[in-house]
Design a protein. Structure first.
Length: 79
């Protein structure tokens, strides 16, 4: 997870694609090409899954309070 790692490393919040899901999606596309699909005929795909990470430890250090509704929606809460 390239962007959610920013929150793991001390950032307040991060929102971005799930890196493992991106690799899986790319592998499926490569598999179709290896089975004979034309690369030029393949559509460009967007990430299927986005991750919201919130670092409550950083929020506390900054004197911020994160609303419970945001924490409930977060995929990853770092304490």
């Amino acid at each position: 997870m390239p962007f959610p790692l920013f929150a793991v490393d001390g950032g307040l919040m991060a929102y971005g694609p799930d890196l493992i899901d991106l690799y899986r999606q790319g592998g499926a596309m490569v598999g179709k090409i290896l089975k004979g699909a034309r690369p030029a005929g393949r559509a460009v795909e967007r990430p299927n899954r986005l991750v919201l990470a919130v670092n409550t430890k950083t929020a506390q250090a900054l004197g911020l309070s994160i609303p419970p509704s945001l924490l409930a929606r977060a995929d990853q809460v770092i304490e």
